[in-house]
Write a protein that binds this ligand. Structure first.
Ligand code: C2E
Ligand code: CA
Ligand code: CA
Length: 417
């Protein structure tokens, strides 16, 4: 019953859990009916019936107390399993007042059940609220379970996208970007699974595995770059980090252990963050970032200029660089305001002594404008798309640096890869 899979089919009359059991799972009913009952004087007193679209067993996993009643299938049932930590993590992130409120409501509910259980005969509670967006809930839960499996079977892989010194044309770093090589669905982009990984807390495990992978692969990338010192600088690597990472106790440990076992210098690693990292636990996030800076690790503000990254954080985050969001670069050619905003960000960065990377450069004209404006670094499909390790090694070996004046209209890689 307690399998790692989310869908469970049960025959009529199966006991799902008994009063006093620890609550390890809740069950979303896809079809069928479940009876909640207590045993009093050797008799089963039915408290409630739950049907399609309702949840059973949710209380024990919310307040971590033993089950207060038995549950059995009254018909054949198709259920979706919700594991305790899938809920616990979401509750931990909820507003403290909401958590308190939830606990009060649960206590009252348990008291009512106890009273009903003491009464003689069969009785029933009011119908539980149905899951309105049933399909969405099942979809999210299935991706989440699939992602757990994917982490274990190492289906997540880092790709690397070049970052270029615009003034010299030399390759100077990479951004690491996750991909999910799904056995059935093919290559899944991060926007389809990172938000679910963040909501479920799985992101912490994923980031720690990213660090392990970086420890294994980045020295290899640096070695390939050393064979092409004419066109490649000492490389840095940027890693995308979420608020849950910074709030977790294991984050600094996995970063430190990656640096010490791989021999990668702390100053070669930059963490890319957005303002949203401060949403969960601002104090812990700020402390973690401070510790990273003290180690020598760089901090880049990602998507700068958009809703998630704004001027308000310039004074609060210990940053070493800014990444101008691709929306400005995209509109720059036709919109003089975007160009003025970029110019303003560049002057601000100079004042604050932080470097600037312009993201999403796709055309030679965009590169030319940014170079002329004095932007130090650029990244985008014009220079190269994110690629897996073996192709990244080719990029390092074959990169050709040129000054922007004789910039060719094709990517700066000597031969096609
Ligand atoms: P991001 O950090 O802003 O990453 C840049 C995104 O822009 C990447 O999308 C990249 O492939 C894409 N991009 C780069 N150059 C161009 C260009 O010239 N044109 C266009 N149209 N797109 C360009 P990707 O790889 O799909 O990643 C999407 C987002 O997923 C990332 O946005 C980041 O927020 C998140 N992400 C990716 N990898 C990780 C990770 O390892 N951890 C975490 N926490 N988030 C990640
Ligand atoms: Ca990024
Ligand atoms: Ca970005």
């Amino acid at each position: 019953m307690d399998s790692a899979f989310d869908h469970v089919t049960l025959k009529k009359g199966t006991l799902l859990f008994a009063e006093g059991d620890p609550g390890t799972s809740a069950y979303l009913i896809r079809s069928g009916r479940i009876e909640i009952f207590v045993m009093r004087n050797g008799q089963a007193a039915v408290l409630a019936n739950r049907t399609t679209g309702e949840i059973v067993g949710e209380m024990a996993i919310i307040d971590q107390r033993p089950r207060s009643a038995h549950a059995r299938t009254a018909t054949d049932c198709d259920l979706v399993l919700i594991k305790a930590d899938q809920i616990a993590n979401r509750i931990k992130q909820a507003d403290p007042i909401l958590q308190m409120y939830l606990n009060v409501v649960l206590s009252r509910y348990r008291e009512t059940i106890a009273k009903l259980g003491n009464a003689n005969g069969s009785t029933s509670l009011e119908a539980a609220p149905r899951i309105e967006r049933f399909d969405t809930a099942i979809g999210t839960l299935s991706v989440e379970s699939d992602l757990r499996r994917a982490i274990r079977s190492r289906e997540l892989e880092l790709y690397f996208q070049p970052i270029v010194n615009l003034q010299s044309g030399r390759l100077c770093g990479f951004e690491s970007l996750l991909r999910w090589n799904h056995p059935v669905r093919g290559l899944i982009p991060p926007d389809d699974f990172i938000p679910i990984a963040e909501a479920s807390g799985l992101i912490v495990d994923i980031t720690s595995r990213c660090f392990e992978e970086i420890g294994r692969t980045f020295p290899e990338i640096m070695l390939a770059a050393l064979r092409n010192i004419k066109s490649v600088d000492m490389l840095f690597l940027t890693v995308n980090i979420s608020g849950h990472d910074l709030a977790s106790d294991s984050f600094l440990h996995s970063l430190r252990s990656m640096l010490s076992t791989s021999g990668i210098s702390a100053s070669d690693i930059k963490l890319e963050i957005t303002e949203s990292v401060l949403l969960n636990d601002p104090k812990k996030a700020a402390d973690t970032l401070k510790a990273c800076r003290e180690m020598g690790v760089g901090i880049a503000i990602d998507d700068f200029g958009t809703g998630y990254s704004s001027l308000s954080q310039l004074g609060t985050l210990p940053m070493t660089s800014i990444k101008i969001d691709q929306s400005f670069v995209r509109s720059m050619r036709n919109n003089p305001t975007s160009r003025r905003i970029i110019d303003m960000i560049l002057r601000l960065a100079e004042e604050m002594e932080v470097s600037v990377v312009a993201e999403g450069i796709e055309y030679v004209e965009e590169e030319a404008i940014l170079t002329k404006l004095g932007c130090e670094y650029g990244q985008g499909f014009y220079f190269g798309k994110p690629l897996p390790l073996h192709q990244t090694l080719d990029v390092c070996r074959n990169w050709v640096a040129r000054g922007h004046l004789d910039q060719p209209a094709t990517p700066r890689i000597a031969r096609a890869i």
